[in-house]
Design a protein around this ligand. Sequence first.
Ligand code: NAP
Ligand code: MG
Length: 470
Amino acid sequence: MKAYDGMYIGGSWRPAAGTDTISVVNPADEQVIATVPAGTAEDVDAAVRAARAALPGWAATPPAGRAAYITALRDLLVARTDEIAETVTAELGAPIALSQRVHVGLPVMVAGSYAELAVTYPFEEKLGNSAVLMEPVGVVGAITPWNYPLHQIVAKVAPALAAGCTIVVKPAEDTPLTARLFAELVHETGLPAGVFNLVTGLGPVAGQALAEHEDVDLVSFTGSTAVGRRIGAIAGAAVKRVALELGGKSANVILPSADLAKAVKVGVANVMSNSGQTCSAWTRMLVHTDQYDEAVELAKAAVAAYAAGDPHDPANRLGPLVNAKQRTRVLGYLEKGVADGARVVAGGPEAPHPTGYYVAPTVFADVTPDMTIAQEEIFGPVVSLLRYEDEEDALRIANGTVYGLAGAVWAGDENEAVAFARRMDTGQVDINGGRFNVVAPFGGHKQSGVGRELGAHGLTEYLQTKSLQL
Ligand code: NAP
Ligand code: MG
């Protein structure tokens, strides 16, 4: 057990204003592995002041200079991969191979993409007799979730730095150790004091204080729709910019002409990755009624490859959920699914291990579009198979939730899949297993959010225009 202290504010680790702490638990064995300070409004205020003081100097640093720090940060992420991956596995419970490949690998690519964008993005544009300047929005308050603890931070910090903004991060209470390690790496780059600041703490205390702080110009939030709605209201009342990256209930649409076996296998893998804790996961698999029984058997076979257990054992492709509350929540959905008439064909509510917050990888069949498990975000290793009669029916079901974050379409012919995807109300669609692209805009339609992350589109969230008429 390690007791960490201090907040990273104004370029150094400063004692927290209060004495409260947060216990960090390893979800695989339920042991407390560390404590970190629980920040208060006072800590948030100190961090925002530091960010404000650093803003003029950072905003005036030429893009190539800003890019050099982002590159240095990227290189440190690469050099410290093992240590970061161990930290993510310890506090999140992700299988170690996934921690290396995705939890560290993805932020490395994102940081690299912003180091490049900082020098290639045209921060000035000519429009008729105007010069349009893209200037940094100012001080950013970033509130991040636990499911991709490093990625969610880097997806905000890297574009903020590239844009010339300064930033205060409030990471999730469940995963503050990855955030602290990130702050140490930022420090090692020699980034000017106050450009990046970290305040660990609870959402309703430190998070809310950050969202409400009058000297924060943009609140960038990723997490639940319930909290996102409150943050949007706070930002609206203060007339400040806001970006909300919220939940999802994405559809994996398998058209009759598709390679069914491949579509089901990749679809199950997509949901089981990160133990089902991915906002963009394709948790609803839509299959034509004539192929439904075959798809159920294929899903059952595919899910058998996901043994839940010790995330350090490479044989286990599924770790525990992040905490006891999430497990209770997911088990509640499993019970609700059964009560509503869905059929468990694999997994179910029985715990695979006596300790650790494990949930068995679960496949539900006979799920109908109106069931709670087909409408609400479960955030666990649970995939639901729904039947459709024809393409119009599939489209109605795919679009029939309040969310619209991601999705997939499979067809024998790419054009057929693309034509379907064009009619989907969602922010991202993978065609026949198309790979994740770190420069493609990521974000939601409908209640999945406001704004976009990643690539040039993500960068513009951190910029505001000024037009000079010449
Ligand atoms: P959450 O409560 O929305 O947490 C996200 C972030 O917001 C955390 O840093 C959290 O702090 C903070 N926060 C909480 N209440 C706040 C408030 N009143 N004001 C300002 N900040 C606040 O999400 P969660 O409890 O971790 O997970 C609940 C559900 O959210 C999940 O089951 C899942 O459905 C969804 N979720 C979605 C995503 C996504 O990527 N879209 C990610 C994670 C979770 P604390 O850590 O202290 O709560
Ligand atoms: Mg929470």
